[in-house]
Design a protein around this ligand. Structure first.
Ligand code: SF4
Ligand code: SF4
Length: 56
């Protein structure tokens, strides 16, 4: 299952630059992950300062 960014996101942008497949983009009030592109590598969860990306 693809990673999902929760409402804890503070739109710092750190995860977007670290995603190896470019699945993360800035959305309305928070960043969002394209589930069709995400390879579930976990890099976004490691760089996020607030722990927003996760798997449900
Ligand atoms: Fe990108 Fe990996 Fe995060 Fe998926 S889990 S959005 S591939 S950094
Ligand atoms: Fe949001 Fe975390 Fe990504 Fe920053 S690193 S944009 S807080 S999900």
């Amino acid at each position: 299952m693809a990673y999902v960014i929760s409402d804890e996101c503070i739109s710092c942008g750190a995860c977007a630059g670290g995603c190896p497949v470019g699945a993360i983009s800035e959305g309305d009030g928070k960043y969002v992950i394209d589930p069709e592109t995400c390879t579930e590598c976990g890099a976004c969860a490691e760089v996020c300062p607030v722990g927003a990306p996760g798997q449900e």
